[in-house]
Design a protein around this ligand. Structure first.
Ligand code: HEM
Length: 337
C-alpha cells in the first residue's frame, strides 16, 4: 500500500528531499515577517543613535559576537541578528523553490529576486555608511526594503494557489466596474508608494539623521512635509473611492483596515510634525507606513488576482498556467515512502 507521509519533508523518486507547498508557504511567510521587522529595528538604530552600539564587525566587540547588556549595543545587535536571519531565510526560499512539490518553476525567479534584493541591500547599506549616511542613500535603503516586501508578498500569493482555490470574482459585477476597481486600486498603490518616497525626503530634511555630522537635504521642512501630507490625503481619497466601488464586496474589510491605518498614520504624522519629530513617534510613523503599504499591496494583489475581465492582460498572479503543466509528471509526493 502507498502510505502517505506525514512529514512536510519527503523524498522524490531520485532520493532528493522535497518540501511540501504548505511548508514552502511557511518559509515565505517567515521571510515576509523578517523583511518587515528589519525596517522598524533599522529605524530604531537611527533614532536612538545606536549605529556604533557594536564597534566591530562581524563580532560586536573585539572579544564577543554577543554584547553585554547595554541599550545601544542591543539595539544594534538586534538589528544585526535580524539581518542574519534574513540572509539565511532568503537562501532557504531560493533553494527551497527547486524542491517544492508540486513543482512551480514560475516561483523560482521570484525566490531569487529576494536573494538579489538582499545582496543589493548589503551593498547599499555599505555605500550608505561610506557616504556618511547621505539621506538619499538612507531613503533608498528604506525603499529597497519595501521592494523586497512586495517581492515576498507576490511570491506568497502565487504559491498559495496550490493550497486554496482563488476566488473567481471580486464581487463587483460588470466589466466597466471591474476595470474601474482595478484602476482605483492601481492609483492607491501608485500614490501610497509616492507617499513613502516623499516621506524619505522629509526624513532626509528633518533632524533625525542617526549621526550629528550627517548631511541633510536642503528642502524647506515645512514645504516638503506639506507635500508629503497632501499626497497622503490624495491616497485617502482614492481609498474612499475604491471603498465606494467595493461597498458590498468581500474586500470591504481590507479597505476599511487600510483606511483606518491611513488615518491613524496621518494623525501620527501631524503629531510628530507639531512636536518636532520626537524619536518615539517617528518610530511609530515608520512602522505605520508599513501597515499602510502592506495592506494596500495585499488588497491590490487580491483584486488583480480576482478580476477575470482583466486577467489576460495583467501579470499572472495566480500562477495557474505554470501549475497546470508542472503537476503532470513531477508530482511524486509520497512515492518513495
Ligand atoms: C498617511 C500616510 C502616510 C504614510 C504612509 C507616511 C509615510 C512616511 C514615511 C515612509 C516616512 C519616512 C520614514 C523613513 O525614511 O525612515 C515618513 C516621514 C515623515 N512623515 Fe509621513 N506618512 C504619512 C502621512 C504623514 C502626514 C499626514 C504627516 C503630517 C505632516 C507626515 C509627517 C512626516 C514627517 C514629519 C516625517 C519625517 C520624520 C523623521 O524621520 O524625522 N506623514 N512618512
Amino acid at each position: 500500500m502507498n502510505k502517505q507521509p506525514t512529514s512536510s519533508r519527503r523524498l522524490n523518486v531520485r532520493g532528493v528531499k522535497t518540501i511540501s507547498a504548505s511548508r514552502y508557504q511557511q518559509i515565505i511567510a517567515a521571510t515576509g515577517v523578517v523583511l518587515v521587522l528589519i525596517i522598524p529595528t533599522g529605524a530604531a538604530v537611527r533614532l536612538t543613535q545606536s549605529g556604533l552600539g557594536c564597534e566591530n564587525w562581524p563580532k560586536c566587540t573585539e572579544e564577543a559576537f554577543v554584547p553585554e547588556w547595554g541599550f545601544h549595543a542591543w539595539i544594534e545587535f538586534g538589528n544585526r541578528l535580524i539581518s542574519g536571519v534574513i540572509g539565511v531565510i532568503v537562501l532557504a526560499a531560493a533553494f527551497g523553490a527547486y524542491r517544492r512539490v508540486p513543482k512551480r518553476p514560475d516561483l523560482i525567479p521570484w525566490a531569487w529576486g529576494l536573494v538579489v534584493g538582499v545582496i543589493a541591500q548589503v551593498v547599499l547599506g555599505g555605500v550608505t555608511v561610506w557616504v556618511d549616511l547621505h539621506p538619499i542613500f538612507v531613503g533608498a535603503h528604506f525603499l529597497l526594503s519595501i521592494v523586497l516586501i512586495w517581492n515576498a508578498l507576490v511570491l506568497w500569493m502565487k504559491g498559495r494557489t496550490d493550497l486554496e482555490p482563488i476566488q473567481e470574482t471580486t464581487g463587483v459585477s460588470g466589466t466597466n466596474n471591474q476595470t474601474m476597481v482595478l484602476n482605483l486600486s492601481r492609483a492607491v498603490m501608485f500614490v501610497s508608494t509616492l507617499v513613502l518616497v516623499i516621506g524619505t525626503l522629509v526624513t532626509g530634511t528633518a533632524p533625525n539623521s542617526g549621526d550629528s555630522q550627517a548631511i541633510r537635504l536642503t528642502f524647506d521642512l515645512r514645504l516638503i512635509a506639506q507635500i508629503h501630507s497632501a499626497t497622503a490625503w490624495i491616497m485617502v481619497a482614492f481609498i474612499v473611492a475604491l471603498g465606494v466601488k467595493l461597498a458590498k464586496s468581500k474586500h470591504m474589510k481590507l479597505v476599511q483596515l487600510l483606511l483606518a491605518f491611513s488615518v491613524l498614520q496621518g494623525g501620527i504624522g501631524y503629531l510628530q510634525y507639531w512636536l518636532g519629530v520626537p524619536p518615539l513617534l517617528v518610530e511609530l510613523h515608520v512602522t505605520g507606513s508599513l501597515a499602510v503599504w502592506c495592506t494596500a499591496l495585499w488588497l491590490h494583489l487580491t483584486i488583480v488576482e480576482q478580476t477575470p475581465a482583466v486577467r489576460p492582460t495583467t501579470p499572472d498572479l495566480s500562477g495557474r498556467g505554470a501549475r497546470a503543466q508542472d503537476l503532470r509528471p513531477q508530482s511524486l509526493e509520497g512515492q518513495a515512502t
